[in-house]
Design a protein around this ligand. Structure first.
Ligand code: PLP
Length: 402
């Protein structure tokens, strides 16, 4: 057998492990609820678009150029206006293979090894992996129940300036933050933007959960409040329709977008998905996300109730304001990295805090996704987690009430 080990560069990544399937109690990743995938409606849309536009699949990008299918960009321009207060032209929207591609393109455009970025102290694990691979440093800004603290951001930016470091961008998930589930109010958004202007830093707004607030309310996007075109924005259909479709988007002024397009070397993202989504969204995006948000709000209540029932006062959390995650703090005796190992071996998968946060108490935190498991699995999974905490970490079986 030919041995590739001799052909690999010294810094090659470790090989990925084999796929072993989902665990029985799967609280990791950002999967959606199978019951809420609009299968019949997507099938109808698929048949309709194939009849109308199937032949356009003959050309890369459907003949609509590198930005992606114009019909979906038109829908987005309208929905970003009505839902997020953004005034964008279809030429300012780039359709992508998931919003992860937005993170990659923005990073390729703006970051080089040795650079520094500013992010929320607890954050999406995928951003840490990317910064580490690029050899980019990040400075975490503490958050509270309203998201990134503007006073702490000012301190971070001032300290960096004193050291002569110019951060490449401020990355934030202001609406339904991952993992904390908070929503940043409008006045704080304005404060964040004022600081970005004062320190002359671009802002990268990741809004992939913003359509899923449980009260249906959503402050204007940072992009909508931006006065000088410094906000780069990304969104996704992964959380609102289906992650396996792999359709996301990047929104920015044309001078930045054109630069990001130069790094998109895949000859266009999947066009069939874009056609189907455009048809589906025009027909029923608003009613679908309303139904999905109500369903997820119910599941958020279920997981909160399960923590109250099985952990009592030992589990500290804020009920998420939307989305699919809960961020839970456990007593200091419990190291969630170890907990993730032990629980994982027993079929309960959780994300340990240190992979999702640079805060000093990160190892006491864990992130659970309640989007994918059904009601019975949520209850039983949290119960098993509590039993493991009792057996392995001495969590009292007699819980104190919340
Ligand atoms: C904050 C954030 N950004 C981006 C992504 C990537 O989403 P996708 O590539 O599926 O659009 C995720 C996925 O969980 C996320 O939580």
């Amino acid at each position: 057998m030919f041995d590739f080990a001799n052909s690999l560069p010294a810094d090659t990544l470790p090989a990925a492990g084999p796929w072993t399937g989902f665990p029985a109690y799967n609280f990791v990743g950002g999967h959606n609820d199978e019951a809420l995938i609009p299968v019949d409606e997507l099938t109808d849309c698929m048949l309709a678009v194939m009849a109308a536009d199937g032949k356009r699949l003959a050309t890369y990008g459907l003949g609509d150029g590198p930005l992606g299918y114009s019909g979906l960009r038109q829908f987005l321009a309208g929905s970003l206006k009505s839902r997020a207060g953004m005034h964008v032209d279809t030429e300012e929207i780039l359709l992508l293979s998931g919003s992860l591609q937005a993170l990659d393109l923005v990073n390729q455009t703006l970051l080089r090894a040795g650079d520094t970025v500013v992010i929320e102290e607890s954050n999406y694990g995928g951003v840490y992996t990317r910064f580490n691979r690029l050899d980019v440093s990040f400075v975490g800004v503490p958050t509270d129940s309203h998201g990134m603290r503007v006073d702490a951001l000012e301190q971070v930016l001032s300290e960096l300036r004193q050291k002569g470091t110019m951060p490449r961008y401020i990355y934030t998930i202001p609406t339904v933050q991952n993992p904390t589930g908070s929503v940043m109010p409008e006045d704080r958004r304005r404060g964040l933007l004022a600081l970005a202007r004062e320190f002359d830093v671009p802002v990268f707004e990741d809004d992939c959960y913003a359509d899923l607030t449980f009260d249906g309310k959503r402050p204007p996007a940072l992009h909508a409040l931006d006065e000088d075109g410094r906000v780069i924005y990304c969104g996704s259909f992964s959380k609102t329709v289906a992650p396996a479709l792999r359709v996301g988007y990047l929104v920015a002024k044309q001078d930045f977008l054109a630069r990001a397009v130069s790094y998109k070397t895949d000859a266009g993202s999947g066009a069939l998905e874009q056609l189907v989504l455009a048809e589906f969204c025009v027909r029923q995006f608003d009613s679908h996300v309303k139904k999905l948000s109500a369903h997820l709000a119910g599941k958020a209540d279920l997981i909160c109730a399960a923590f109250d029932k099985y952990f009592g006062a030992s589990a500290d959390y804020a009920r998420p304001m939307g989305g699919i995650f809960i961020w839970v703090k456990l007593p200091s005796a419990i190291d969630t990295t170890r907990l993730a190992e032990v629980a994982g071996a027993q079929g309960v998968a959780i994300n340990p805090g240190v992979e999702w946060s640079s805060a000093s108490d990160a190892s006491q935190h864990m992130r659970l996704c309640f989007g994918y498991p059904n009601a019975a699995t949520i209850d039983e999974g949290v119960k098993r987690l509590a039993e493991i905490c009792q057996a392995e970490f001495g969590l009292p079986a007699q819980i104190g009430n919340k």
